[in-house]
Design a protein around this ligand. Structure first.
Ligand code: NAI
Ligand code: MG
Length: 332
C-alpha cells in the first residue's frame, strides 16, 4: 500500500538535499507518494505566510511529514518557523539519535545515544520583555505535564527498545524551581521503571562527559534549550551536522527532519551532505512499518562510507551532493 506523506523542501540547502533523498527513496522502491508543500522563507515570499494553512492541513491529513530545513527571516519580527510548526501541532518530543557510522573516522566509534528533547516550553516560549533601555528578561517555563510526557516518552522508548539507561540533564543546582521541577518529575517517573537505570547530570558536566566518554550514554532526556545544544554537540561526536537525523512528534503526528539548518553558506553549490535528511527519511520509513526499505538504504549508506572514499566536503571528501547520492543509489 502506498502511503502519502507531506514533503517540505525548505530553504537554503533544503531543495538540493530533498531532491536527492527523493531519488534514493524512489530507487529503493519505498511505497510513498509525496504531497509537496511549502514552509519558511520561500513560502513567505510566495504566499505571504511563513507557515501556510495548506501546509498545516496537509500535515494534519497525512500525519507524517519529511521536512528539510527552513529559514526564518531575521529582523522582521518573525518567530521561528520551526518552533511555530512544533507548537502548532504540540509536537512535544524531539528525538535525535546519534549513532557512530561505520566508515566515518572520528575520535569515537561507539556512540549510540538518543536525545529526547522537550519541544514545547523552556526558554522557547518566546516570552521576552524589555524592562528598561539596558535590561531585558526572558521567561523559562517548565510545567509538570510537559516534563512528564517527554520523560515518560524516554522511558517508554527505553523499555520498548531494550535500552538500559535514561540520563536526565538539567541545571537544578542553580535553577532550583524550574529545572528542579523537571528533575523531580524525572525521579518520580523513574520509580515506575525499575528495570531501567536512571541517573542525572548537571548540563555543564554532561557536556564534558559527552566529549570525554560518549559511549557511557544511552537515552538522554532534557528541557528544550539543553536539548538543542547537546544535539549539535552529539552530531560533532559522530562526524558533524551533515549526519544527525531527528523527528518531532506526538501520539498522532510525526515530522521527520535533520538536526541541521538551511546552511546558507553552502546553499545552491551542490556541496551539502544529504545524509542527515536521508537518515531522517529512514526513521520515517520505520515509523510507517517499511523497515526493509529503511534497512536497504542504511546498508547502502554504510557501504558507500566503509567501502569507498566518496564523501561530501563536510566529511573531508570532494564529492558533490549529487555524486554522493549516485554512489549510494549504485549500492542499493
Ligand atoms: P546550520 O545548521 O544551517 O549550519 C551550521 C554549519 O553546518 C554551517 O557551516 C553549514 O554549512 C554546516 N552544515 C549544516 N548542514 C550541513 C549539511 N547537510 N552538509 C554540510 N554542511 C552542513 O546552522 P545556522 O547557520 O546556525 O542556521 C542557518 C539557518 O538555518 C538559520 O536561518 C536557522 O534559523 C535555520 N535553522 C533551521 C532549522 C530547521 O529548519 N529545523 C534548524 C536549525 C537552524
Ligand atoms: Mg538547533
Amino acid at each position: 500500500m502506498t502511503k502519502t506523506i507531506t514533503l517540505i523542501e525548505g530553504d537554503g540547502i533544503g531543495p538540493e538535499i530533498t531532491a536527492q533523498v527523493v531519488r534514493v527513496l524512489n530507487a529503493a522502491g519505498a511505497p510513498l507518494s509525496f504531497d509537496r508543500q511549502s514552509l519558511g522563507q520561500k513560502a513567505w515570499e510566495q504566499t505571504g505566510s511563513l507557515i501556510p494553512e495548506a501546509t498545516l492541513q496537509s500535515i494534519r491529513r497525512n500525519q507524517v511529514a519529511l521536512k528539510a530545513p527552513c529559514t526564518t527571516p531575521i529582523g522582521k519580527g518573525f518567530r521561528s518557523v520551526n518552533v511555530g510548526l512544533r507548537l502548532a501541532f504540540d509536537l512535544y518530543a524531539n528525538i535525535r539519535p546519534a549513532h557512530s557510522l561505520k566508515g566515518i573516522k572520528t575520535r569515537y566509534d561507539q556512540v549510540d545515544l538518543i536525545i529526547f528533547r522537550e519541544n514545547t516550553e523552556d526558554l522557547y516560549i518566546g516570552e521576552e520583555r524589555v524592562v528598561d533601555a539596558d535590561t531585558v528578561e526572558a521567561i523559562k517555563r517548565i510545567t509538570r505535564p510537559a516534563s512528564k510526557r517527554i520523560i515518560q516518552a524516554a522511558f517508554d522508548y527505553a523499555l520498548a527498545h531494550q535500552r538500559k539507561k535514561v540520563t536526565c540533564v538539567h541545571k537544578a543546582n542553580i535553577l532550583k524551581q524550574s529545572d528542579g521541577l523537571f528533575l523531580q518529575v524525572f525521579r518520580e517517573t523513574a520509580a515506575f521503571y525499575p528495570d531501567i537505570e536512571a541517573n542525572d547530570l548537571i548540563v555543564d558536566n554532561a557536556c564534558m562527559q559527552l566529549v570525554m566518554h560518549p559511549e557511557q550514554f544511552d537515552i538522554m532526556v532534557m528541557p528544550n534549550l539543553y536539548g538543542d545544544i547537546l544535539s549539535d554537540l552529539s552530531s560533532g561526536l559522530i562526524g558533524g551536522l551533515g549526519l544527525l537525523p531527528g523527528v518531532n512528534r506526538n501520539e498522532d503526528i510525526a515530522i521527520f527532519e535533520a538536526v541541521h539548518g538551511s546552511a546558507p553558506d553552502i546553499a545552491g553549490k551542490n556541496l551539502a551532505n544529504p545524509t542527515a535528511l536521508l537518515q531522517s527519511a529512514c526513521m520515517m520509513l520505520e515509523h510507517l512499518g517499511y523497515d526493509e526499505h529503511a534497512q536497504r538504504i542504511h546498508q547502502a549508506l554504510v557501504s558507500v562510507l566503509s567501502e569507498t572514499s566518496i564523501r561530501t566536503r563536510d566529511l573531508g571528501g570532494t564529492a558533490s551532493t549529487v555524486e554522493f547520492t549516485d554512489a549510494l543509489i549504485a549500492k542499493l
